[in-house]
Design a protein around this ligand. Structure first.
Ligand code: AMP
Ligand code: MG
Length: 380
């Protein structure tokens, strides 16, 4: 169980009994009959968490009760200790009135025995772990993490520990993708960089297709030396799409070969990151056994005006800031996250991406936004 956070459940996790099993007090106080309050009541005993009070409570009586203890039969409300006054003769007096059910979590109100609280396909988070522990599941069945092959392409790409010549760059996409894959619950397998040559690329693609999912970076644009689609075709690929009206990431390719799905992600670092989050992550989550893979979109208010060229949905690196409520929860509810585009030099600008925590999503049919406009945001 302790190893399961982040994994996907391979079996339903039903309640082994009713939760709670008994009518449980949610406060320290006095179990009473609601009809008797406000009033003065005789204290006839005490019930602590882990114990029971076996006598039926009668009208005019109260039982001192602790949080988590079973409410005695006959009582239908719990008055908080803070709302009761002890009198010299040991009885209590309260000015509180209350409906039946006050401060009681009734038996089975959280879950009925046998009902499935966590269905197969749910991702295990700390609350899920809390539930698994509650129902006594010390060993959980989870799906295997998909193996995700990562294949960077490009004659200009050198290894991280190499010193690039002025016209070369280091391979960053394999590592940023591996981090994204790991975050999405996959096991990355980084393959050697493929040169911009059809046969060599096809050979490495064939290796990549031994994993559950293949992610390629680069080589999918219309350049003379972009061989990825041709090399995929050599491996018997069928293509589902090879262009999407977004920027960055327009030439993204999705298909299947030898029974495995693949994505050809454009090589510009921002394109690679965005297209993985938009398409690759969802595919990986579904392959992991997840029931769904919603896109983590939210809305935020622009802190400054924004213009973009319409026609494509644009994902621009931005900094989202959540408001701190200084005036209590009502102010918090009214305020909205704010989003500021970060300055960047285009899809190759990795330093700007490190300063962003989100991408704002500019509508293909809207060229201008004013400061204060709401705009969709994809979390980074
Ligand atoms: P491509 O999609 O192959 O045309 O590449 C577009 C841009 O992304 C080029 O400027 C490449 O140098 C850059 N690029 C491609 N692959 C990588 C990589 N693995 N790491 C960093 N940058 C890359
Ligand atoms: Mg290239």
């Amino acid at each position: 169980m302790e190893e399961s956070p982040g994994r996907i459940l391979a079996a339903d996790a039903p309640a082994d009994r009713d939760y709670p099993q008994f009518n449980r007090s949610v406060r320290d106080g006095f179990a009473v009959r609601a009809a008797d309050i406000p009033g003065r009541l005789r204290v006839v005993g005490e019930v602590r968490a882990g114990q029971r009070f076996d006598t039926v409570l009668k009208s005019g009586e109260a039982v001192e009760i602790m949080t988590g203890a079973p409410v005695p039969e006959g009582a239908d409300a719990v008055v908080m200790a803070e709302h009761c006054m002890r009198l010299d003769d040991g009885s209590i007096e309260t000015t509180q009135s209350g409906q039946p059910g006050l401060n009681i979590a009734f038996a089975a109100c959280e879950a009925r025995a046998g009902s499935v609280v966590l269905p197969r396909g749910s991702r295990v988070d700390h609350a899920a772990i809390g539930w698994l522990a509650t129902i006594g599941t010390s060993r959980v069945e989870v799906y295997r993490r998909p193996r995700v092959a990562i294949l960077a392409t490009g004659d200009e790409i050198v290894a991280v520990d190499e010193r690039p010549a002025p016209q070369q760059i280091r391979n960053s996409n394999s590592y940023s993708l591996a981090a994204q894959v790991r975050r999405a619950g996959g096991d990355p397998v980084i393959l050697p960089v493929a040169r911009d040559e059809r046969q060599a690329t096809a050979e490495l693609i064939a290796r990549g297709l031994e994993s559950d999912l293949l992610l390629l970076s680069g080589g999918v644009s219309a350049g003379k030396y972009d061989f990825v689609e041709a090399a995929l075709a050599d491996c018997g690929a069928e293509f589902y799409f090879d262009r999407v009206l977004i920027q960055p990431g327009q030439p993204v390719v999705f298909g299947r070969a030898r029974g495995r799905f693949f994505f050809g992600l454009p090589g510009n670092p921002a394109s690679t990151m965005v297209t993985f989050e938009l398409f690759g992550r969802a595919a990986l989550e579904l392959l992991s056994g997840a029931n769904d893979a919603p896109l983590p979109l939210t809305l935020a208010r622009l802190t400054r005006p924004l213009r973009h060229k319409p026609g494509l949905t644009r994902f621009l690196p931005a900094l989202i800031q959540f408001q701190t409520a200084h005036n209590g929860p009502s102010a918090c509810a009214l305020s909205c996250a704010e989003i500021t585009p970060v300055d960047w030099q285009g899809s190759g600008d990795i330093p700007s991406l490190t300063r962003a925590n989100a991408f704002l999503v500019a509508d293909p049919n809207q060229a201008e936004y004013a400061a204060g406009d709401l705009i969709p945001v994809l979390m980074k």
